[in-house]
Ligand binder design. Structure first.
Ligand SMILES: C[S@@+](CC[C@H](N)C(=O)[O-])C[C@H]1O[C@@H](n2cnc3c(N)ncnc32)[C@H](O)[C@@H]1O
Length: 313
């Protein structure tokens, strides 16, 4: 018999995005094993456990906080790890080597954003930390206070797509050291030309960039997408929700490359490599949240969901 899977506190932790869609896309795994690689507040896992009485879930998160919240079930195993290390999680400790579904709901949870001592928010004063888990080697303060100006500008431009990256990096280097979020945010705001300060918070993109760099998010995503199909049984599905174009580009490319199969150069008139695609893209057009969901959960606004299925060759 399952223990209760939710407490009133859990409901505050993070409002799961596109929960109905996620549960439906993973219906093919109803009698098998699913890895929830970004367990967070456990909202998606809980919905899957409730809807599919035979499903078993491995909940993975790099944040100890997320796993210590008391969401339990005898069909749920929790593992503190980075999802990029799936190879070391699967096939151990009673968890099968091949699974039927993998869910990745990328980025940070509302809980992480709201906890001032985690340092993710530019609105509230907190230490410049931004580590999702203790496995991240550097804090945001380490990056801000020790990177040279060119490296800082590169981080802000690449991971934040910040057009004023060089001006901001210059200002940071002049004014550092920084130890808390709001003083860094204020300095960034000052560095941005006045007209550009009107569209959203001027530190938003820089904070996104620092968070991605601290947690090595894009390399982790590339790594898991390169391996994930190898861990799926035939008919198994991977469901990924991205929250910005940098993530979605990686997911889309990984799925399309694998679904194309053929590795011949594009200018070759006929295929000579003979490699057969073993993956089918189920969402040619990415799935987005409904207007109703966006109205009740504004954080869902930027979500983009993609699904791919391992096929039987
Ligand atoms: C958007 S939240 C997930 C919310 C969750 N789906 C729910 O319903 O509550 C993302 C979670 O993924 C975790 N996370 C992000 N990157 C990770 C990684 N590389 N490995 C493991 N966990 C990661 C974060 O710590 C955070 O708790």
């Amino acid at each position: 018999m399952d223990q209760p899977t939710a407490s009133s506190n859990d409901r505050e932790y993070h409002k799961p995005v596109m929960i109905t869609e996620v549960v439906e896309w993973l219906s093919s795994a109803a009698n098998g094993w699913i890895v929830d690689g970004t367990f967070g507040g456990g909202g998606h896992s809980r919905a899957l456990l409730d809807r599919y009485p035979n499903v078993r879930i491995v909940g993975v998160d790099r944040d100890t906080d997320a796993l210590a919240r008391g969401t339990t079930s005898d069909r749920l195993r929790l593992v503190r790890a980075n999802y990029r290390d799936l190879a070391s999680i699967l096939g151990t400790d009673g968890i099968p080597a091949q699974v039927d579904g993998v869910l990745l709901d990328l980025g940070v949870s509302s809980h992480q954003l709201d906890e001032t001592d985690r340092g993710f928010s530019y609105h509230r004063s907190g230490p410049l930390d931004m580590r999702m888990g203790a496995d991240a080697e550097r804090t945001a303060a380490d990056i801000v206070n020790t990177s040279d100006e060119a490296e800082l500008a590169r981080i802000l431009a690449t991971y934040g797509e910040e057009r004023f990256a060089r001006r901001i990096a210059h200002a940071i280097v002049q004014e550092r050291p920084f130890h808390d979020t709001v003083s860094l945010a204020a300095s960034i705001a000052e560095a941005v030309p006045a007209p550009a300060r009107r569209s959203g918070h001027p530190a938003r993109k820089s904070f996104q960039a620092l968070r991605i760099a601290v947690n090595d998010e894009l390399d982790g995503l590339r790594a898991v997408m390169a391996e994930v199909f190898g861990f799926l049984n035939d008919g198994g599905r991977v469901v990924v929700m991205s929250y910005h174009s940098l993530e979605d580009r990686i997911v889309k490319r990984a799925i399309r490359d694998r679904a194309r199969g053929c590795t011949c150069p594009p200018d070759l008139p006929i295929c000579t490599c003979g490699s057969n695609p073993d993956v089918r893209e189920l969402t040619r057009k990415a799935v987005r949240p409904s207007a109703e969901e966006i109205a009740t959960n504004p954080r869902s606004r930027s979500a983009v969901l993609r699904v791919a299925e391992k096929v039987d060759l």
